[in-house]
Each structure stands twice: as structure tokens, then as C-alpha cells.
Design a protein around this ligand. Structure first.
Ligand code: C2E
Ligand code: CA
Ligand code: CA
Ligand code: CA
Length: 280
């Protein structure tokens, strides 16, 4: 280091090189992952509060990394969403989900017309070919949009609410429904909730965590439930881990539950084994 180094602004720090190297490596690895089919789609059940029966499921991306093992999106989603690769990965997820739903030997084991939720990021939704690609995928597998729900965050509205609404309308004509994800964590959730044509509100895990002993969180969830009821929206509570939380939520009729209390996200082949519809 230079003599005066301590008092200078450091324009370049070794950690920046490390970070840059990491990102170059990540981009390379992600391209490889697409080429070599390393992505997997896991499913997490969303269940009824009444009897714990299966209502729907959320598709969650996993990356079977050749050296690092199974990676969750926290390790790569921000990077993907900031690159065009999210479009390819998003298409892969829709394709896998539709393929799964259309497979005869699987579909007959699932509750009739089970709907699967897919996370869609803003960049995907606004891609000029998005609606056409979704339509083509449904057609290819002989499915209607009634088998899919798209989960979006209010981030999509920030770019252009009018455009977001228009794209959502087009997808809704196919039968696809929409959920507003991570509700309550953004800046202007209420105005977006009012304007976007959504069917379901997903209450973020951060509100559910301490719901049984934090009065503020409890009051906020009560508000969200009241809003959802007023706007005639379905509700899903994310991240339900404990029986106490589920019991607390049960005071609200109709709220569906998603969380480790019921099941972690699991590989597709395990899903229909574990969540078979009851024998007729
Ligand atoms: P999210 O949409 O809020 O999904 C819920 C996350 O909470 C998932 O994390 C799920 O595994 C986790 N989770 C569910 N129940 C519990 C619980 O009881 N306790 C705890 N601690 N966690 C629980 P995951 O799978 O790591 O995904 C993280 C985020 O990555 C998702 O958050 C979603 O925003 C994004 N993501 C996942 N798959 C996709 C995808 O295919 N496309 C896009 N665009 N984003 C995706
Ligand atoms: Ca989600
Ligand atoms: Ca969330
Ligand atoms: Ca999310």
C-alpha cells in the first residue's frame, strides 16, 4: 500500500475484483446450467386451513450446481433477473410445469384441475413475446390457462402500471389467474392492489413469523385480511412453520396455508406421490 493510502478514497479495492470475478463466473455457470439442463422445478403445496388438503402448489426454481450442490434462488435470482437469461429460465419453468400437468400418469393422481403457481418477474412479463410464448406452451401441452396462476410482485407495476394491466388482461383471457406476491413489503402495495387485476394476495412470511406474539404484525395481517375480503380476493399465508401460526390464521375463513409446517418444496416426482388425491 502507498504511504498515504489510509487517508485516500480507495477507488479500487481488492474486494471489487473478487466480486467482479464472482459475477463473471456466475454468468458463465448459469449459461452452462441452461445448456446442460441443471435447473429443476420443485413444488410446494398450498393447503386448505380446514383439513390440510391440497389446494394448489407453487413452482420454485432450484439449480443442481455441478460442484456446489442444490442451490436456491437466493444465490442467483437477482443476477438472473438483471440479465436476459431470466426469459429462458422462466420459459423453462413454464414448460416443466405444463409438461408435468399434462402427463397422463401424473395428472390422474393429482386433485382434478390442480392449479400450479409460477413466479414471474417484471422483465419476463414485459418481454414482447411473453404472451405468445405462454399461449404456445399451453397449446403444445393441450392445457388451458386454468391450470396456472402467475405470482407477480408490485415491482411489475413500477415500470408502467398501464402496460402491466394490459399484459395481465391478455393472460387472463387464457384462464390464467394472478397472485400479488410478498404483499405488504413494497412501497405502495395498496394502490397497486387496487389497480392490478389480481385474484390472490400472498401475505409475506415476514408478517407471519411473529404473528402469535407481535401485536403489530397481528394487526397488520388483520388489515390485509379485511382488505382482501373487501376486494374479494383469495389469501395465502406464506411461511407457516408452526401450529400456533396456523391456529391463529384459522380465525380468517378461507385463508390458505403454505409453509414448512405442511411441506418444504419437493421435487416433482415426490410431489404426486406425497399429495395423491384421495382414492375415489
Ligand atoms: P417467494 O415467491 O416469496 O417464495 C417463497 C419462498 O419461501 C421460497 O423460497 C420457499 O421455499 C420459502 N418458504 C416456503 N415456506 C417456508 C417456510 O415455512 N419457512 C421458510 N423459512 N421459507 C419458506 P425459495 O424457493 O428459496 O425462493 C426464493 C424466491 O425466489 C421466491 O420467493 C421467488 O421470489 C424467487 N423464485 C423462485 N422460483 C422462481 C422462478 O421460477 N422464477 C422467478 N422469477 N422467481 C423465482
Ligand atoms: Ca412466490
Ligand atoms: Ca415471499
Ligand atoms: Ca417473491
Amino acid at each position: 500500500a502507498k504511504r498515504n493510502g489510509k487517508h485516500r478514497h480507495e477507488l479500487f479495492h481488492p474486494s471489487m475484483a473478487t466480486e467482479a470475478t464472482r459475477l463473471v463466473q456466475l454468468e458463465h455457470d448459469l449459461r452452462q446450467a441452461l445448456l446442460e439442463d441443471q435447473f429443476e422445478v420443485y413444488l410446494q403445496p398450498i393447503v386448505s386451513q380446514l383439513d390440510g388438503s391440497l389446494v394448489s402448489a407453487e413452482a420454485l426454481l432450484r439449480w443442481q450446481h455441478p460442484t456446489k450442490g442444490l442451490l436456491t434462488p437466493i444465490h442467483f435470482m437477482t443476477f438472473l433477473e438483471n440479465s436476459n437469461m431470466i426469459n429462458d429460465v422462466g420459459q423453462l419453468v413454464i414448460d416443466r410445469v405444463c409438461q408435468y400437468l399434462a402427463a397422463d400418469n401424473i395428472d390422474h393422481q393429482l386433485p382434478d384441475n390442480l392449479r400450479i403457481s409460477i413466479n414471474v418477474s417484471a422483465r419476463e412479463l414485459f418481454h414482447p413475446d411473453y404472451v405468445e410464448n405462454v399461449k404456445a406452451t399451453l397449446l403444445r401441452y393441450g392445457l388451458t390457462g386454468q391450470r396456472l396462476e402467475f405470482e407477480i410482485t408490485e415491482g411489475v407495476a413500477i415500470q408502467s402500471i398501464a402496460d402491466a394491466i394490459e399484459i395481465m388482461r391478455q393472460l387472463k383471457t387464457l384462464g390464467i389467474t394472478f397472485a400479488l406476491d410478498d404483499f405488504g413489503t413494497g412501497y405502495s402495495s395498496l394502490s397497486y392492489l387496487k389497480q392490478l387485476p389480481v385474484d390472490t394476495v400472498k401475505i409475506d412470511k415476514s408478517f407471519i413469523n411473529d404473528i402469535t406474539h407481535d401485536n403489530q404484525d397481528a394487526a397488520l395481517v388483520a388489515c390485509i385480511m379485511a382488505i382482501a375480503q373487501t376486494l374479494n380476493l383469495k389469501t395465502v399465508a406464506e411461511g407457516v412453520e408452526e401450529l400456533d401460526q396456523a391456529d391463529w390464521l384459522r380465525q380468517y375463513e378461507g385463508v390458505c396455508m403454505q409453509g414448512y409446517l405442511y411441506s418444504k418444496p419437493i421435487p416433482m416426482p415426490d410431489f404426486h406421490q406425497q399429495w395423491k388425491k384421495p382414492a375415489a
